[in-house]
Design a protein around this ligand. Structure first.
Ligand code: FAD
Ligand code: MEZ
Length: 567
């Protein structure tokens, strides 16, 4: 046997499939149930694994991950984790992870035939994408009484949202008040505009900031814990909310939204790529054409469509078209961040803004294939170069921090922190687990490990600790220095910039309605999250994307449901 189907072949096709008509649906619900009935649930499989390995069955992915996300029946199996990391897992009948971008209109003849065949089903609202924006829209549309179908092209839900780490920005919140943090929505507006080099759409920024504390309350009511508050680059106040203890915000928020959408019986379909948004020729959407990975092309008729397909940072050809400097760069994103949602929206008439602005995140670990959250710097880490010297205000905006790192020898730097920073942020344990953290009992031991001049590094840390004491960074004017780096052991992670966020996208108004190239609203088409442009201007501030997707996702879902009811 050279694949799982052949291997199980002696038991007959019905050991995996419900009938001889082929796969049960695009989620492979029946087939995955069969895997579980023999091999146990994901949790049971994880329990049987060796201690000390990074378990592929116990991950940051949300929902109940389908076995078939990695273990394929009739083709080579793949390790989905290899899209970002490289753990070298040995799985039965494995092939190599690879992904080629296939344009949405690749198979036009078959697509036209499916459209000519007419709709297979009807719903009120179709949501494209199961990241935070899509799931928030699903929850709010269901709460407004709409029948909802969520379509996700990947085998796992959650998009980039499940990877988000450092926090969600919000001003004038209850967690801030509890911690005695004084903030104003207007300061969040000012910070966001300044960070975005003032080209943001100010009306969208007002919606972002003015609804941000409501969005924290809304998530809290759905069961999320947003009680830890730290600082991200470009913010003048601590306003980045995350779970108590400093766990990653994205997996937590995505799980809360997923649970809420499932509890509200939203119909969520994985392996289901939307390749066309259908419209009536008079400026109103009529539904979508779906490419089911197992069931083929089919049409869903819908009154309203919410485009929540995320950005395109993982599509380096598209990134390089807008910013040639980023050609060949790694990306921090999940594999589905290719931008085909942009293609379906623009083919249906949507206008775009600010596509040329693509952001690199300064601290990506090339060894681990993982972004190291800005919260590590926010909680006190510094950046040093190979000479053991600081070279930038660590909590400046990302564009400036990334440029400064690329100007250092080796085009990378070390993120350096002590045990008190480690203890302040549980997310760091994940990096230790991934074995990307160098450790020294003393600064000298760490410097020796890194091949860095120890005396210089000791001097750098001593000088920095002096700035923390005096409250003034005389070298780089870092405004917030929450703690001295004085508790052994000391740690360092090698970091370099990687493509992280695409600021531009579909043009929307304050109700998340999509604007056409002619400047009119496209009736029934809404968009939210990273697929849109205008909120973040030329440069997004850390923590503002989760705020964006929850707020505009909620608005898009509610508005789409209202439109469906009225039409
Ligand atoms: P996504 O969450 O990416 O979801 C879009 C979904 O749509 C994906 O699942 C995708 O597969 C699907 N899709 C795409 N095209 C189609 C199609 N044609 N048909 C069907 N489905 C489709 N921001 C913060 O504010 N704070 C943070 O701490 C933070 N940390 C981050 C850490 C990392 C590593 C990364 C990568 C990003 C981080 N961000 C953070 C940014 C933030 O996570 C994203 O901008 C945000 O989650 C995007 O949400 P979204 O719902 O718009 O898109
Ligand atoms: O907003 C982000 O992208 C963010 C805060 C990322 C991170 O460093 O955690």
């Amino acid at each position: 046997a050279d694949n799982l189907a052949d291997f199980h072949g002696d038991n007959g096709c019905d050991s995996c499939h419900q009938s001889d008509k082929g796969p049960s649906n695009d989620n492979l619900t029946f087939e995955n149930g069969q895997c579980v009935s023999c091999h146990g649930s994901l949790t049971e499989v994880a329990e049987g694994e060796r201690e000390g390995i990074v378990s592929p069955h116990k991950s940051h992915l949300i929902g109940d991950i389908a076995c078939t996300s990695c273990h394929k029946g009739h083709e080579k199996s793949v390790t989905y984790c290899d899209a970002c990391h490289n753990f070298g897992y040995e799985i039965p009948f494995a092939g190599k992870w690879e992904r080629k971008f296939v344009p949405v209109d690749a198979d036009k003849a078959a697509q036209d035939k499916a459209i000519a065949a007419g709709p297979r089903e009807t719903t009120d609202v179709v949501i494209i994408g199961s990241g935070g924006a899509g799931l928030a829209a699903a929850v709010s549309a269901r709460d407004a009484g709409a029948k909802v179908v969520v379509l996700e092209k990947e085998p796992v839900p959650g998009g980039n949202t499940k990877l988000a780490a450092g926090g969600m920005n919000a001003a004038e919140t209850k967690p801030q008040a509890k911690l005695g943090i004084v903030d104003k929505k207007q300061i969040m507006i000012d910070d966001t505009m300044k960070g975005g080099r003032n080209i943001n759409n100010p009306e969208l920024v007002k919606v972002l900031a003015n609804n941000s504390s409501d969005s924290i309350d809304w998530l809290t009511a759905l069961g999320a814990d947003m009680n830890d508050v730290g600082r991200m680059g470009g913010a003048s106040v601590n306003r980045s909310h995350r779970p108590t203890g400093g766990a990653g915000v994205g997996a937590h928020v995505a799980q809360a939204l997923w649970d809420a959408a499932v509890a509200r019986e939203a119909d969520i379909r994985l392996n289901s790529r939307v390749v066309r948004i259908l419209e009536d020729g008079a400026g109103q959407v009529t539904g979508v054409l779906v490419q089911g990975a197992y069931t083929g092309y089919y049409v869903i008729k819908a009154d309203a469509v919410v485009v929540a397909t995320g950005g395109f940072a993982k599509n380096n050809d598209r990134v390089a078209k807008y910013d040639a400097k980023l050609k060949g760069f790694k990306a921090t994103n999940h594999p589905g961040a290719t931008g085909d949602g942009l293609d379906v929206a623009t083919q249906a008439g949507a206008d775009t803004v600010d596509l040329e602005y693509v952001q690199a995140h300064p601290t990506y670990s090339p060894v681990g294939g993982v972004m190291v959250t800005e919260a590590v710097r926010g909680n006190g880490a510094i950046l040093v170069n190979r000479e053991g010297k600081r070279f930038v205000n660590e909590i400046t905006t990302r564009d400036k921090a990334s440029a400064a790192i690329l100007a250092q020898k080796g085009e990378s730097a070390y993120l350096l922190f002590d045990d008190s920073v480690r203890k302040s942020l549980s997310k760091i344990e994940g990096y230790v687990h991934l074995k990307i953290v160098n450790e020294g009992k003393t600064v000298k031991e760490l410097a020796d490990k890194l091949g860095m001049p120890a005396a210089e590094l000791e001097k750098t840390i001593g000088t920095y600790n002096g700035f923390v004491k005096s409250g003034k960074d005389e070298q780089f004017e870092r405004a917030d220095m929450p703690r001295e780096l004085a508790s052994a052991p000391y740690y360092a992670i090698e970091v370099a910039p990687a493509v992280h966020h695409t600021m531009g996208g579909v043009k929307i108004d304050t109700k998340a309605e999509v604007v056409s190239k002619e400047g009119k609203l496209i009736k029934g088409m809404y968009a939210a999250g990273e697929v849109t442009g205008g909120v973040h201007g030329a440069n997004r501030l850390g923590g503002n994307a989760i705020s964006d997707i929850v707020t505009f996702g909620r608005i898009a879902g509610a508005e789409a449901a209202k439109f469906a009811k009225d039409n």
